[in-house]
Structure formats: C-alpha cells, structure tokens
Design a protein around this ligand. Structure first.
Ligand code: HEM
Length: 143
C-alpha cells in the first residue's frame, strides 16, 4: 500500500530524506536570490543566507515527519510568530511560494507530492501574512 503524505515520515521520504530536503532548500534560496519577483522578500533576509538556509532545512526535516532538527539547535519556533515583525502581504507570501514552486519543479519528486507540498506550505505562509497584517493594523490603530 502506498503511504499517505502527512502520515508518519511519508512526506519526509517522498522529499528524499535529509539530502533531498537540503537540495530543495538550496534551490529555494537560489531562486529567492535571483528572481525579480522575490527581490522584496530577499531584502528582508541577511546578506549571507547560510544560517537562513540551515534554519529552513532543519525546520522542514521535522515538519515533514523526519528528525526534529530545529528546536535542539535554534530553540522552539512557531512559524507565524517568527514572521510577525515582517511586513508580509499577498505579494510577499506569493513570492515566497513562487520560489518554492520553482525549486520543487526541479526535484525528482512524485508530481502529486509536489502539488501536496505546495498546498500544505500555503497554510503557514498564509498564517504569516494574517499575523503580519494584524500587527500592522494594530500599530496603525495606535497612531
Ligand atoms: C510568507 C512568506 C514568508 C516570508 C516573506 C519569509 C521571510 C523570512 C525572513 C525574512 C526570515 C528571517 C531570516 C533571517 O533573519 O535569518 C525568515 C525566517 C524563517 N522562515 Fe520564513 N518567510 C515566509 C514564510 C515561511 C514559511 C511558510 C516557512 C515554513 C514553512 C518559513 C520558515 C522560516 C524559518 C524556519 C525561519 C528561521 C526563523 C528563525 O530565525 O528562528 N518561512 N523568513
């Protein structure tokens, strides 16, 4: 029987384990570094992306059902809260997802897994946008 993505480590395996996720994340930040559509979100990141690459790699390994590498190395994380201070609207959210879509397209993953992952990643990306917009509105209300 074929494993269902999201069950146990099925997604982690479908993404090629740690090596596969490393390749995905590397291509993701390469796109963020080069796509004109991503220039605004690239500018939110540090010049040197080495630490950012490692953080997303560690996070995704655990998020996809593999070893939870993020918390022992960087501490606990709640994705929307970690992005609350950033100004994320629809175009920033979509730019992030575009980098991921392009990076995913290059991976030797099953096509249905790529589509599944894009749907799943939309959820935290949208939560980042909502929390960011709430923070911006609250700041405007205070003025
Ligand atoms: C919605 C659009 C998003 C934008 C514009 C964005 C942008 C950023 C920026 C600017 C940082 C700080 C980088 C640094 O200082 O090193 C960051 C950190 C991070 N992002 Fe995102 N991000 C987005 C969505 C996501 C999503 C959906 C995930 C996970 C599925 C994610 C995972 C992470 C992780 C794990 C970190 C490291 C947090 C930390 O420093 O502790 N991001 N992101």
């Amino acid at each position: 029987m074929t494993a269902v993505y999201g069950d146990g480590d099925a997604s982690f395996q479908a993404a090629g384990g740690q090596a596969g996720i490393q390749r995905l994340v590397d291509r993701f930040y390469d796109y963020m570094d080069s796509l004109p559509e991503a220039a605004a979100i690239r500018a939110m990141h540090p010049k040197d992306l080495a630490l950012t690459r490692d953080k997303l790699y560690c996070f995704l390994c655990g998020w996809l059902g593999g070893e939870k590498l993020f918390a022992p190395k960087y501490g606990p994380i709640i994705i929307p809260r970690a992005h609350e201070h950033l100004d994320i609207g629809e175009s920033e959210r979509d730019a992030w997802l575009l980098c991921m879509e392009k990076a995913l397209a290059e991976q030797p993953y099953a096509e249905d897994f790529k589509a599944y992952l894009m749907r799943e990643l939309f959820v935290p990306a949208e939560r980042c946008r909502i929390l960011s917009q709430r923070r911006i509105q609250a700041e405007q209300a205070e003025q």
